[in-house]
Design a protein around this ligand. Structure first.
Ligand code: HEC
Length: 271
């Protein structure tokens, strides 16, 4: 009996020790958060695009570690991320003047006359709020317009010859199951249609005439792959879809910047 109580006492002590150290950890964690993170996260006068504490709590420890380890996410001093992250596009609009179109992460698109020492023919600002990486991985063009996916959501179309905005789709994160949203991947244009993959895994097709949504497919889910490897989709960043041989090829899964990983190459055909 004595022994039993002895065991119970030490068990009780162990349990208590565990709870008290866990709550000490929570307090220490909160203090660290207040000191190092809350100047931006959850602070109304902090950067507008920094997710608040509730949103951060939904992320896995790995995602937080990865994001904070990346100085582009949580910089000591906030500065603009305004470089050009993608290759320019060379096109000849109907007026015959060759135009080089370059998208910038500030959401500005530039049209240069390459036969006139690169003179600026037009520039178009595609977003109102210039946060980080608004136009990241690249646009596409047909012979009349160019098209850019934007990190605040949506796709915008600009006239090649003048830089005039033709249409832009509304910001939309209604179907976002994961933290960030927007169209970070490069877009792909074929006659009549522009394809754009979203951070939330939605692959969408818009009409080049007016930007109306023609088709969409949620790639952020599990798949049975033809090679029998366990497969799932996630965020769509980086490269855009490829259209060849009457089919559309799109990779899904992108972890950079705390995206949702995945490992599928999806191939769509027309019925
Ligand atoms: C100087 C401001 C600032 C500070 C300080 C800061 N962050 Fe951030 N953090 C940001 C901004 C801005 C973003 C969004 C970046 C973007 O959208 O590209 C971000 C993004 C993140 C993300 C990615 C969220 C996602 O949805 O992918 C995580 C996680 C994060 N911060 C955690 C932390 C933690 C933990 C700390 C404290 C140790 C911290 N941050 C400190 C500004 C800050």
């Amino acid at each position: 009996m004595k022994q039993f109580f002895g065991a119970l006492k030490s068990l009780a002590v162990v349990v208590f020790a565990l709870t008290s150290s866990a709550s000490a950890q929570t307090v220490a964690g909160l203090r660290l958060y207040e000191q190092n993170c809350a100047t931006c996260h959850g602070n109304p006068s902090g950067p507008r695009n920094s997710p608040d504490g509730t949103q951060l709590r939904k992320l896995s420890a790995e995602a937080v570690y990865q994001a904070t380890n990346n100085s582009a996410n949580c910089p000591k001093e906030l500065g603009p991320d305004f470089d050009s992250g993608s290759s320019p596009i060379l096109r000849t609009p109907p007026d015959g003047r060759r135009i080089l179109i370059a998208g910038q992460k500030s959401g500005m698109v530039w049209g240069h006359d390459i036969d006139n020492r690169g003179a600026v023919v037009w520039k178009a600002q595609l977003v109102d709020k210039r946060a980080l990486g608004m136009s990241t991985s690249g646009g596409a063009a047909d012979d009349q317009h160019d098209y850019f996916g934007l990190r605040n959501g949506g796709v915008a179309s600009v006239q090649l010859a003048t830089g005039e905005k033709k249409w832009s789709t509304p910001e939309d994160d209604s179907h976002s199951t994961i933290q960030l949203h927007g169209q970070t991947a490069a877009v792909t244009a074929i006659p009549g249609v522009v394809f754009s993959g979203g951070w939330d895994g939605m692959l969408q097709a818009y009409s080049t005439d007016d930007g109306r949504l023609l088709w969409e497919y949620d790639t952020a889910r599990e798949f049975t792959a033809v090679n029998a490897v366990a497969a799932k989709g996630g965020s769509m960043g980086a490269a855009g879809p490829v259209v060849a041989g009457g089919m559309l090829f799109a990779g899904s899964g992108y972890v950079f910047g705390a995206g949702t990983p995945g490992n599928v190459l999806l191939v769509f055909g027309v019925n």
